[in-house]
Design a protein around this ligand. Structure first.
Ligand code: ATP
Ligand code: MG
Length: 394
């Protein structure tokens, strides 16, 4: 019997006006993701169908689990809509099952001669006759056999799996992710991708105060994120000159606040250059001195651009759980120092004063420095390896 993966859209279906656009984006994302495997993807308004080669099923499912916009999926048997064919195939599907079961029939083809409830009852009888280890329980069955009857074909399946949910990446415009080597920002990036936002990553580097290993760590994190996206541009900002000027000229207690104001200013310019509409980062309320609400508002004062903070209201342990789930945690905890940690003062201000920031910032010509910095940005295109051996894919 022929097998096919059925994909249900879930949240997509709530977006009435945009539905076609969402489905097309998901279709393209799946095409790219399954590139290299022997599949044929088709779609209609309610779901997608993936025909595959039996030997590649594990790879297909692994990759489906990396695509946003999928609510549930099933591996179904596709049989002609013919009562005898259906019977033969459900006997085969249910032959190794034991415990309790029920049959759930959906008849999309109203020309099919038997009504859904009656057909479920009849097929239940067929199953019982052929498998004495099974009994019927319509309320809490161990196994539910789903029968979906369409005009030409009928789909039969017993298991339904949850997809990643969210919206297909690319259904929202671009956002600029501040990606550090820490635990929080890769998780923030993942959550933004989940809402369909396409991401450009930006990393602030302060060589020689930070190492090339710290940069490689960010590249590795970006690779992990690119699993959920097509490819991600990683922009590396040479931040040394600005950071050194801050630490030479400014009140030590205000160094972090001012450094972050400089980061936001640069982010705004990068966003304009790369058509990003929002800044995304891994700030979490109260986590450190620069993330109290007062600090956030004083730092945010330098830009009118929306700043999205996907992990703002999560506990660190909740963020860590997500980091483990997306496989970034082990990279994030590698010890290489980041530009934020290298320069941390003994007593960073918890409730900074805006005027004090402005007075300190007058002490050096940061505008020219920012212009020069932007001219020297390096960009690396990060893409998940698509040509791995099958072993690597698993
Ligand atoms: P941790 O997981 O240790 O908190 P972090 O990366 O979240 O690491 P924070 O000092 O809390 O570090 O920084 C808050 C946010 O600012 C980060 O989540 C990230 O979005 C951004 N950020 C910090 N440092 C950098 C950097 N060097 N480059 C790009 N973004 C940065
Ligand atoms: Mg943090």
């Amino acid at each position: 019997m022929e097998k096919v993966v059925l994909i249900k859209y879930g949240e997509l279906t709530t977006k009435k006006g945009n539905r076609k656009f969402f489905i097309n984006t998901l279709y393209q994302n799946l095409q790219k993701k399954l590139n290299g495997l022997h599949v044929k993807i088709s779609r209609d308004i309610s779901r997608m169908y993936i025909e595959f080669e039996e030997s590649e099923l594990d790879f297909v499912l692994k990759r489906i689990n990396q695509v946003f916009g999928i609510h549930t999926y099933q591996v179904a048997s596709k049989v002609p809509t013919d009562i005898e064919e259906i019977k033969t195939n459900i006997i085969e599907l249910m032959k190794d099952k034991c415990g309790t079961f029920k049959v759930d029939t959906k008849r999309s083809d109203k020309n099919f001669p038997i009504q859904s409830t009656e057909f479920s009852r009849q097929m239940g009888g067929v199953i019982l006759k052929n498998n004495s280890s099974l009994s019927v329980d319509v309320h809490h069955p161990d196994t539910t056999l789903f029968i979906e009857i369409l005009e030409r074909f009928t789909y039969l399946y017993v298991d339904s799996f949850s997809g990643l949910g969210g919206y297909p990446v690319g259904t929202q415009p671009r956002g600029m992710l501040m990606l550090s080597g820490g635990i929080d920002s890769p998780v923030a990036g993942y959550l933004a991708l989940k809402r369909g936002v396409k991401i450009e990553a930006v990393y602030f580097e302060a060589i020689p105060h930070t190492s090339i290993e710290a940069r490689n760590k960010v590249i590795d994190l970006c690779k992990k994120l690119s699993v959920y996206s097509d490819k991600i541009n990683l922009h590396i900002i040479p931040f040394t000159e600005i950071q050194e000027a801050i630490y030479k000229e400014c009140n030590p207690e205000y160094c972090i606040t001012i450094m972050r104001r400089m980061m936001y200013r640069i982010m705004e310019k990068m966003a304009k250059k790369h058509k990003g509409l929002v800044i995304i980062n891994g700030e979490s309320i109260g986590q450190v001195a620069s993330q109290t609400l007062t600090s956030m508002s004083v730092i945010n004062e330098v830009t009118n651009m929306p700043v999205i903070r996907p992990v703002a209201c999560l506990d660190k342990l909740e963020i860590i759980d997500l980091a483990k789930k997306i496989d970034t945690y082990d990279i994030s905890i590698l010890p290489y120092e980041d530009c934020c940690t290298v320069f941390v003062p003994k007593h960073p201000v918890i409730n900074p004063n805006l005027q004090e920031c402005l007075d300190n910032e007058k002490k050096f010509d940061y505008e020219t420095m920012i212009e020069t910095t932007i001219e020297h940005v390096q960009t690396i295109v990060i893409q998940e390896k698509m040509q791995e051996s099958y072993q690597d894919l698993l």
